[in-house]
Design a protein around this ligand. Sequence first.
Ligand code: IYR
Length: 222
Amino acid sequence: MTQYPFIPLPNYNEYPLAVMRQRAAEFYADIKRRRTVRDFSDRPVPREIIENCVRAAGTAPNGANQQPWHFVVVSDPDLKRQIRSAAEAEEREFYAQRATAEWLADLAPLGTDPNKPFLETAPYLIVIFAQRYGLAPDGGKRKHYYVQESVGIATGILITALHHAGLATLTHTPSPMDFLTTILQRPDNERPFLVVVAGYPAEDATVPDISKKSLDEIATFL
Ligand code: IYR
């Protein structure tokens, strides 16, 4: 394979230090308002907003620029109903049998349960698929690298973009989630990674009163 042509770094913005300080502080202040929301409104959200958030996710750094992700944006009520029904069946099994006592005890403070009405209420379910391998033009398999890392970063950017646009999100991880492959008819090289539920929060939405670890707890500067 020949190397790509190299070009001068396009569109880099260097900010004066005072501006950089302010931008870092403002971004932190804004992103710390993000909360995982479980009560959604059914108010519609224009599709172009979601499109730009998905475009933002697609800029994520990733292994060998293979971009090993696919985003299925579900707004169709019948598909949402099917996803809710299958997810709730898995979750009932999870809460009743599969989860260990330790896991249930760790989840108890969050008040989650097998009922997932938001899967029908919210206007969008963005189902993120990880491409375990790619398909070459001749149909052969093309190895993908750092798939989990790449798709995880893209998902983080997606959630940040949705928050920045003014939407509420929920990261939902039904387990197992093979039903998403079937319902959404995805090819064999893809595995469901995570569901990001997006929309307006319900007017009476509540969230648990939890806090994040401090900088000292999460970071070491050497
Ligand atoms: N997937 C289940 C259980 C669940 C697990 C974790 I770890 C959470 O942070 C939240 C929920 C559910 O969606 O209820």
